[in-house]
Ligand binder design. Sequence first.
Ligand code: SAM
Length: 327
Amino acid sequence: MSRYALLIAPSSNRVYADTAPRLALAELAVFGRTALKGRLGELEESTFGGVPYVTFEAEDLTDRDVAYLSNLSAMFALFRVEGDLLRPVLLNRLDTFDDDLITIQKYAGKTNEQFTKLLLNVTMLASGKDLLADRPVVFDPMAGRGTTLNQALMYGYDALGCDLDQKDFEAYAAFLKTWLKRKRLKHRAEVNPVRREKKLLARKLEVTIAGQQSLVMYNIDALKAREVIKVRTADLVVTDAPYGVTHGAHHKGLSRKPIELLEEAVPGWVEILKPGGAFGIAFNTFTADKDDIAQVLEDAGLMVLDMPGFTHRVDQAITRDILVACK
Ligand SMILES: C[S@@+](CC[C@H](N)C(=O)[O-])C[C@H]1O[C@@H](n2cnc3c(N)ncnc32)[C@H](O)[C@@H]1O
């Protein structure tokens, strides 16, 4: 049995950095139960040279095991513990693009990138799909300026999104087009109106990268997602609900609490999800009750999974938690 030590990625957000080891443990536990098939043990927080690490035990990790673990959202470096020395393990991340795709955009209300990756990872693993081999379509119905969509692209997956905020939609379309041009990546990107009975229903950003990866984002109320997206289009729903701080939930006016929006919109999003797919949602526990959201997911026919250890403080107005469910 070998012992391994995971060095947590530095985070620009101080509060997130403080909770990162605990979140890394919870995420590592999900990787251990799923992709690593129960072969990780003794997961704990440790310190080497005054620096916090997360450590675990395993029979010698295969290259494939390391390839899974390389994608942990908090992974900065991995070492094998040999006596009181640390031997580096070569990481092999899934990342297909430069990381400025995820980090360059800065705006109020952006979901922390590391946390977005965590939510995508645990939702993907909950679906039983292979993080490394499968290429799911990831749907974020409240995509903002695309943190989830960008992380999906980063993994080589396809991305699908909605947001009703016109400024967010335009800023994201402009960002992605500029970024693709600047990186000299072969692509097609267009924004077109979607009309129904001569009325404007939505605007649609459609991007194809290197002829093989696709991103579609609609500027539309997520309540109407089914009017523009067919049933069984997405393998995963991954979304960060409005916290009632920078963003409110738009549902018959603006509300600090997202529950009414979720009650009405989730059944449509679940129709968009393929059978066997998984649904991961983050929310502010000060404005949304976990049991209420779990009930909404169950009422829509999903099975809510037990995923302990992800509650964490973001600031004095936000304590964030997640729910993950399967169809
Ligand atoms: C927490 S933010 C998501 C931020 C996003 N993950 C990002 O990093 O850019 C919640 C988003 O929900 C959107 N939203 C609120 N009500 C909505 C509705 N009815 N339909 C679609 N989007 C909605 C807001 O415009 C906001 O962008």
